[in-house]
Design a protein around this ligand. Structure first.
Ligand code: ADP
Ligand code: MG
Length: 236
């Protein structure tokens, strides 16, 4: 498979065409952004860490019956994926209050939620990815009610799988953001699952092993991402 012209450059990845119209080439970057692009930096090695971590999660989820865009790894920093039309709704699932939820409902960060919460955000950088509900999604025509129900159901199923899987690796899944896409008329899991898009806490020490280390200037960002890859695969 060959890498053809670049289709898009986002904040964390570049997307290229391939000779197969159904397949795109994803290249993960070391660039890091937070607070809707206000904070910018580079995390040495992040591109390859997130690529390998995402590939690992996608393969594991496929084995458990979740359809994802993942096709195969090309190298440490690049993977082939099914080309999808991204649904402009980011689906966030939360098990423990943190970040914007802790602020919005006045829960102390770390409060365990009695059941998982699913939230929808409008994927629009200019608007700052605002929280939206099914009414907004309907008037903005972002997804049909059936597609939305499917994304919510898949997010809860993925949460259940990831929570159990990570618990064995002594990692607590606090919350995470998913993006779905439409491929051949079907909703499938797309984008990435990485420390950029999840909150991972060490189950024993509660140490943060994710992008909050960058957002909050906690230091050792790269080490935290490396630690996640190591816990998942045993790789260094
Ligand atoms: P962003 O700056 O929006 O976070 P990223 O750099 O993370 O963007 O990713 C680049 C773009 O690729 C995003 O718009 C993302 O939704 C999109 N994308 C992810 N997976 C796929 C796919 N399989 N096919 C097409 N686009 C995808
Ligand atoms: Mg992104």
């Amino acid at each position: 498979m060959e890498k053809l012209e670049q289709l898009y450059e986002g904040k964390a990845k570049k997307i290229y065409k391939t000779e197969d119209p159904d397949v795109v080439w994803l290249e993960y970057k070391d660039d890091a952004t937070a607070f809707n692009g206000l904070k910018k930096g580079t995390i040495e090695g992040k591109g390859s860490l997130n690529n390998l971590i995402s590939a690992h999660f996608f393969q594991m989820l496929e084995e458990k019956g979740i359809t994802t865009h993942f096709v195969k790894l090309i190298n440490d920093r690049e993977m082939l994926c099914k080309d999808v039309k991204i649904v402009l709704v980011e689906v966030v699932t939360r098990n423990i209050a943190a970040g914007s939820l802790a602020k919005r409902i006045g829960y102390e960060e770390g409060t365990v939620l009695p059941l998982p919460i699913v939230e929808f955000y409008y994927k629009d950088d200019e608007l700052g990815d605002p929280l939206i509900n099914n009414y907004h999604i309907k008037i903005l025509d972002l997804a049909t009610p059936e597609q939305l129900a499917k994304m919510e159901e898949m997010a809860l199923k993925i949460n259940e799988i990831l929570v159990g899987y990570l618990k064995d690796k002594r990692v607590t899944l606090v919350d995470f953001k998913l993006e779905f896409g439409i491929h051949k008329g079907e909703i499938i899991l797309a984008d990435e699952i990485s420390p950029d898009t999840c909150r991972f806490w060490d189950a024993d020490t509660k140490e943060k092993l994710d992008k909050d280390r960058f957002r909050r200037d906690l230091g050792n960002v790269e080490d935290a991402y490396k630690e996640i890859l190591k816990r998942l695969t045993g790789q260094n």
